[in-house]
Design a protein around this ligand. Structure first.
Ligand SMILES: [Zn+2]
Length: 571
């Protein structure tokens, strides 16, 4: 059924929902959801739902196309002109905050965020910063930033990372951590608790090989070391600490019920020998706690009331609860979340990035192709967008795969109203302007921001020479914010300042108003470079602009000579 078979009121209604949907989905409106909303409001149309489908599809396509060609601002303006109330719906979208913490007392809540400082923070870490600091805010509580840096061999700490993480924590959370501790500086405490465990008889030094122990444990059988008396345990403990037992030659185990259904929990290892020196404290210690033990002791000492952790760490909760029972302590409230994979960055790990940076595959930790917080910050992401994103997701236990586009759309809503517009013409084609036939202004004034959140205008002096993108070259064009032109062999003849028909609107730039620029776009592990001309008005290093028809980009460098360096942020 063609448009004309519908009355104009119906067409207007469909158009309204289509534009609204395009705005909500950043230019990717969905006809299914438009149809649903439309039938919800117009019961009279329900019997004709099937016929309506093609009209809806056409209008959604048109709205998406408008967004693609002229930007979301154009859609917003158009909707504001006809149905301003339809813009309200966007703002009323439901906001999912965090649910209350169980057994939380105002002013007494203590949480912790415990990264391994083997590199700076990544997007994945930012979830822990956001969720913990938000809970602390809800209850006027505190967050302990604890460096779990007792692994000297597999993932040893990177000395610079401590300072980076403190700054990144503060940037993400909007305030510094309340307490900062480093496990490696608190080694005497862990060793003292280990000794106490041996003296009290709920821990023992096991000198079996891993294989021997596992065979016995899997059959619920004690190993020969389990029955040792305190004197022998303390003597072995001494040998572990003075370096006379080699790495792998002994561990300290926590006694548990050997009939526990999960064999991994039975007599779990709490401390092991590491002879490789620690980057911060050197070779002062030969015995180092494993994470489950160190973290359990610290949570108790810091008075942690709630632990938010991945559901893959439920076994840690079980092991630590067994240890707490031995010491007679009360275990914090555990809360769990599922795994979140950002699918563009699925293959990255901190250790892997470290190797690739050393090999020169990436420029550094803030290389725009990496999922680190320093890279996101460099590119121009706002911490509020990262907070909004994680809070919106909440504490779900589902495993989720998300796209960076989701974080980008949160970022767009934070920065859209504060970024000035500029024209950037890629692959420019030189054109000349012929204005003989028409009265025309010498200057153009274009808003710095289309809805006036930023006041003022960009002033262009119209000159004979200008550029358009090569791919836009066509017989009839409208030069945005200026005039309808007819093109003949690189000459544009102005035939109307008013919009006279539906010809394509293109962005353009007078040459006297421009300078060279290079736009760098991270694409997976590569970069795409677009060369072109940028509007040469107030280009300030570090600022983010919305390049019309391209998207947001950061001005990285404005050299005295040579092209302005732009780094693409997102569309
Ligand atoms: Zn043993």
């Amino acid at each position: 059924m063609a448009d004309s078979d519908w009355d104009s009121k119906t067409i207007d209604t469909v158009r309204k929902y289509a534009m609204q949907n395009t705005l909500e989905y950043d230019g990717a409106g969905q006809s299914g959801s438009v149809l649903g909303r439309l039938l919800g409001e117009r019961a009279d149309l329900r019997p004709r739902a099937k016929d309506l489908k093609s009209l809806v599809e056409e209008e959604v396509e048109a709205a998406n196309q408008m967004a693609k060609e002229y930007g979301l601002d154009a859609v917003r303006e158009s909707l504001a002109a006809t149905n301003p109330e339809a813009l309200q719906r966007q703002k009323q979208q439901k906001r999912v905050g965090l649910k209350p913490l169980p057994n939380a007392i105002e002013g007494k809540v203590i949480l912790r965020f415990a990264p391994n400082p083997n590199g700076p923070l990544t997007i994945g870490h930012s979830r822990g910063v956001v969720i913990n600091s938000e809970f602390a805010k809800m209850y006027s509580g505190k967050v302990v930033l604890r460096y779990d840096d007792t692994d000297t061999r597999v993932k040893p700490p990177l000395p610079e990372a401590y300072g980076w993480i403190e700054e990144e924590y503060e940037w993400i959370a909007g305030r510094p951590a309340d307490i900062i501790i480093r496990a490696s500086e608190r080694m005497p405490i862990y060793l003292e608790y280990a000794k106490q465990m041996l003296e009290s008889g709920f821990g023992y030094v096991c000198r079996c090989s891993a294989g021997e122990f596992k065979d016995l444990r899997d059959n619920s059988q004690p190993c020969p070391c389990r029955g040792k008396n305190t004197e022998n345990n303390l003597s072995d403990w001494q040998s572990m600490n003075d370096g006379s037992i080699e790495e792998g030659g002994a561990v300290v185990r926590v006694k548990t019920d050997l009939e526990l259904p999960n064999p991994a929990l039975r007599d779990w290892p709490a401390l092991r020998i590491q002879h490789s020196p620690h980057p911060m404290v050197g070779d002062l210690y030969k015995v180092w706690p494993l994470l489950d033990f160190q973290s359990a002791i610290e949570d108790h000492l810091q008075g942690v009331t709630h632990i938010v952790r991945g559901k893959d760490l439920m076994d840690s909760t079980r092991k630590q609860t067994l240890l707490y029972n031995h010491f007679g302590w009360k275990y914090p409230e555990p809360l769990y979340w599922g795994r979140v994979k950002v699918h563009e960055f699925g293959g990255f790990s901190t250790s892997g990035m470290k190797v690739d940076i050393a090999d020169g595959k990436f420029e550094g930790w803030d290389d725009p192709r990496l999922p680190t917080i320093s890279a996101l910050k460099r590119r121009g992401f706002e911490s509020k967008a990262i907070r909004d994103f994680w809070l919106d997701l909440g504490l779900t236990q589902k495993d989720i795969s998300i796209s960076m586009q989701t974080i980008e759309s949160f970022n767009s809503s934070v920065i859209d109203s504060v970024c000035e517009r500029r024209t950037f013409v890629r692959n420019p084609r030189n054109m000349s302007l012929n204005m003989d036939e028409i009265e025309h202004p010498d200057e153009l004034q274009i808003a710095r921001h289309p809805h006036g959140e930023i006041e003022g205008v960009r002033e262009w002096t119209i000159s004979d020479e200008f550029v358009i993108e090569d791919r836009d070259y066509s017989e009839k064009l409208r030069l945005k914010d200026f005039a309808d032109v007819l093109i003949k062999e690189n000459q544009a003849i102005v035939n109307s300042l008013q919009r006279s028909d539906k010809r394509t609107i293109v962005h353009w730039l007078p040459i006297n108003q421009s300078r060279m620029a290079r736009l760098t776009t991270p694409l997976g592990t590569e970069f795409r470079i677009d060369e072109g001309l940028i509007e040469n008005i107030d280009l300030v290093e570090g600022e983010i602009l919305q390049l019309e028809r391209v998207g947001f980009a950061k001005i990285e460098k404005v050299p005295e000579n040579g092209p302005v360096e732009l780094l693409f942020l997102h569309g």
